[in-house]
Design a binder for this molecule. Sequence first.
Ligand SMILES: *Cc1c(COP(=O)(O)O)cnc(C)c1O
Length: 422
Amino acid sequence: MERETMCIQAGYTPKNGESRMIPIIQSTTFKYDTSEDMGKLFDLEASGYFYTRLQNPTNDMVAAKITALEGGTAGMLTSSGQAANFFSVFNIATCGDHVVCASTIYGGTFNLFNVTMRKMGIDFTFIDPDCTDEELENAFKPNTKAVFGETIANPALVVFDIERFAKAAHAHGVPLIVDNTFATPINCRPFEWGADIVTHSTTKYMDGHDTAVGGAIIDGGKFDWMAHADKFPGLTTPDDSYHGITYAEKFGMGGAFITKCTAQLMRDFGSIQAPMNAFFLNLGLESLAVRMPRHCENALKVAQYLKGHDKIAWVTYPGLPGDKYYERAQKYMPNGTCGVISFGIKGGRAAAEEFMKHLKVAMIATHVADAHTCVLHPANSTHRQLTDEELIAGGVGPDLIRLSVGLENANDIIADLEQALG
Ligand SMILES: *Cc1c(COP(=O)(O)O)cnc(C)c1O
């Protein structure tokens, strides 16, 4: 199946007389005829459902659709993108371990790794994704358990060299985890370039309509845990909290990661997505392949308009010829990147503040990547506690405006920018 077809049909095939749309199984519990039947589920001897804190059929149908779109072997939904990224790392790295991570990642993920997960005893080395080979090599330690990056960084819009980082990770016997939120599997499938685990904030383009917060984790099924058994004891030695099951033996390369993540982390942390939200996510996914090209087309028109405007100091958009990451984006995402642009107005912070006041179509919101065009001036909102010097050091200068181009007619978006620029 092509991706357009998967968006509509993957994950759920109704049998004779069943509902065409995926059913919302709004139930916390599931009934069994005998205790033995249920016991088999607890022993992971049979697959099935017993409690929605761990797994729910509606969620699994939607996870199966995303897994198909990414070309993976197993997947799961989480309550948010934050939960997905936390689980993806914590499933293989624990107290005393270390992770190599691109420095240009989403602020929420950076905080999760650099503050909260450090408190759990996990060490991170953040490296410039355009670092030299030597710098990359030096970032690895004997206790490194994973490498992490974003296909297109939010909000820096840096395109991650997936193939290069996958090779480096594999040379050190660890998997590459890629947050593919901004590109979506419509524009990039990281597994095709060597990534091992893909995560998503489905809150963004996948839902696409400002409706439901959610996340997803997908396994590409190609990382051989047993070949690096000493590094990943959680997968390659018996789990006492699950009757001595060894995940990598019992579920193989294709299933071990997600089974452990469900059986241990979802059981213990309970960051499950509500089945109702999974239903909304599925509605969004049905049109994802139609929406992404329009987001990219609109964003390119807006980026070209801004680039040619004499009041604009600079524009960053990896889909724009001449952009620092244009060539790399052509390699990984020849059909388009995403709908998010960043730019600066001549006159810096004050000019940005004035411009924001006049926008009518583009609405001020902290959100990005959905049908509604939205705009954010980080220096005056999400990052307002920082000084100008700190902002510049963080790559989010005082003049930076982040524009998430939606699905409205591009002419209306451009006319709005035009009148606001004055
Ligand atoms: C928004 C976002 C997240 C966090 O997702 P939530 O659904 O808000 O928890 C993670 N990664 C990227 C790239 C994001 O844009």
